[in-house]
Structures are given as C-alpha cells and as structure tokens.
Design a protein around this ligand. Sequence first.
Ligand code: 2M8
Length: 409
Amino acid sequence: MEALDKQAIDILTDNDRGGYTIPTAGLYPYQWNWDSAFAALGFSTFDLPRAWQEIETLLTAQWDNGMVPHIVFHQPDEGYFPGPEVWGGKGPIASSGISQPPLVATFARKIFHRDEALGQEKLKAIYPALVKWHRWYMECRAESGVVASTHPWESGRDNAPDWDEASDAIDISNVGEYQRRDTSHVDASMRPTKLDYDRYLSLLYLGRDCGWDEKVIEQTSPFRVADPSLHFTLLRGHRDLAEIGKLLGEDVSEIDGWISTLEEGCKQIWNSEISAFDSVNLRNGKFAGSLSNASFLCWYAGIESPEMVGHLERILGNGHYIVPSYDPAGEKYDAMRYWRGPVWAIMNALIGWGLEEQGHVTLARAVRQQTAGLISNYGFAEYFNPDNGTPAGGGHFTWTAAVWLSWSL
Ligand code: 2M8
C-alpha cells in the first residue's frame, strides 16, 4: 500500500500547476471545480496549506453573481475544446459559464478537522464566497424546489442517460463545424458521441449569446433537468455550510431555509415507477427512468431510502463492480462509455461516505473495498469497466489519486 500511496502523491504533485491542479495532462489541462475539491482533500493528507490553496484558487474565479465556474482557464492550452474564447465567461478569470456539483463546503469541513486552528482561519476567509455560491444555486437553479442542471456538463455526468430525452429538444442546426480534442487523447468509444457534443455546444452558445443572463437561460433554454447529482451535493453542501457558519458564530437561518427546501424537493426526484431517485425534465415533467450512481448520493445528502439499499445490493449480487454510473440491467448500459456505465472512484467515495454515515456499514465497506481493489489492480484511471475492472478514459488521474489518499478522512 505504501507504494500506491507514493504513486498517488506523485500524481497530485505532477498534476499541480502551481496553486491549482489539473485532472490529467492532455485530456483536461485546466482547473475543474469538483475535481479541485477532491484534489484539496488529497493534498490535505500530506500538504495542508496546499490543500487550502486549491480551494482558494478556485474561488478566485467566482463571478459577481456568486457562480463558481466549472472550468477555470488559468493558462491557454490548445489541447482542450471548448476553450475560453468559446465560452466567453464573465468572471474575473477566464472561465466556463456554468457551475458543477458543489463539494467545496463539505470537503473544506473535512480538511478543517486536520488542523482546526489553521482551518478556522481559512474557513472564515472563504465562508462569504461559499454562502454567495450556494445562494446563487438556490436563486438560479432551484426555482422549482429541486436543483436543476442547465447543461449536462453542469451535473458533472456529461453523457449520462439522464439527459437523453431532454436533449432531444435541443436544436443543433446552429452549431456548425468544430474540432473536438478529447478524442485525440482517448479512444472515441469511451467518450460522448458527436450528437452529444453538438448538443453541448448548442447549449453553450445559448448561454454565451445572452451574456450568461440566468433569467434568459431559465426562460429560453430547452434544457432544464432536475438532477440527483446537483440536488444531493447541494443539500449536503448546505448542511456543512450551516455547520461552518455556526462554528464561526454566523446566523445560519437562511441556510437552514435552503436545507428545508431541498429536503422537501427530494420528493420531486423520486421516480416511483423505478423506485429510485432519478432525473426529471423540468420542461415536460418526464422522468429519465435512469438509475445512476448519482441516485445513490441520497445517503451523502442525509436522505434514507430502503429501496436504494435494495438496488445497491442487487447490483452487487449480480457480480458487477459497484457503483456503475448506470444500472447494468438497464437497456442503455454501456460498460466503457464514460457516464453510461463505468464505475467512478469519486462517486464511490461520496456514496461510501454517505452509507457509512447513515449506518449501512457493510455496504459502505463493500464500496470502499471494491474501489481500493479497482485502483490497486488497475491503476489511477479516470473510470473503470464494471464488468471486469478494465481501466478507461484518462490515466494518472487527480481525483482517483485523491480518493485513494483520503477515503478515511
Ligand atoms: C468531464 O467533463 C469535461 C467537461 O466538463 C469533459 O469531458 O471535457 C466530467 O467527467 C466532469 O465531471 C469532470 O469534472 C471533468 C474533468 O475531470 O471531465
């Protein structure tokens, strides 16, 4: 294990670009939002000041309206598309125009416990930015009481089957020619399709062309999908933010209100037809019918569900590595294609922590052991095939290394 600890530390160090960490060289050459939360957690196991710096750097990209972007383009890099000039972000640093699952408050609280004196000082400094970001989420994404994704990239689960039906409404006639870069780094069979990318770009252009005006996006975008990854991570994030606020002697009544709203909102993403948390297209009320790894983030958000325990036991019993990003029994299951099947160590960590906190100790242990087994047998890959463990996507991956180092935090 010591050799793997060292490898994980080397990955974080190699991917460190000075104050921020890239997910992996080549494929993802910038700072990504939720990847950085994991990077911070990883760094906190061997370099605490560097861990806080990761979060601080991310927050320097916060927009005036409170949004913390999903990609921060610190230095130009030809190897990624779409880059800063395509996005036309409105923040103080070149960035994308959408956010990502808000893990920072939760992870900052974990990091705080490693040195509470330093932690308190750091939390005090970042608290206002975190409140502003969470308020932006409530005002610009949670108008229906449930947290909506305005772009598949915002949820973090780019090509999940969750978006298939809602994406049919996206007009791609304006997209034109463009050159993808991802498929020059990774085999196309493990990445989203051309149609997926056309749709991603159409939504990007819609946001950019209205100057990232959230009201216009809410009123005109064909795509607004309530999503368990954003809903559950924000609910959990609010809980930790409230604890941070209390620690700092702040009035947290506004945050408590957000928690109640999102607890109530969980009912809206419960699909009784499949007895699971699911995504719902807010434009027509249709459920996606997708049991995904985000469905299993309920425990992380402090929400109990015997049915979700049943699903996890079934998938485990069928001999798959857990937790696949889409139900292996589902018709759209694709074991190697990104968010349509593969296992992701980061999602496993969130799910495993949630299970443990809610007292599902045996399942939590199974998720943890399998994740550790995948990494030790197949390396620090971006994701893994649930049927046989084959590593896929990018290698030398920051958040996989971070999960290895920080699971016990
Ligand atoms: C993937 O997404 C980016 C776009 O944001 C991409 O494919 O170019 C996703 O897995 C996302 O969740 C992740 O944050 C990002 C970097 O690891 O890669």
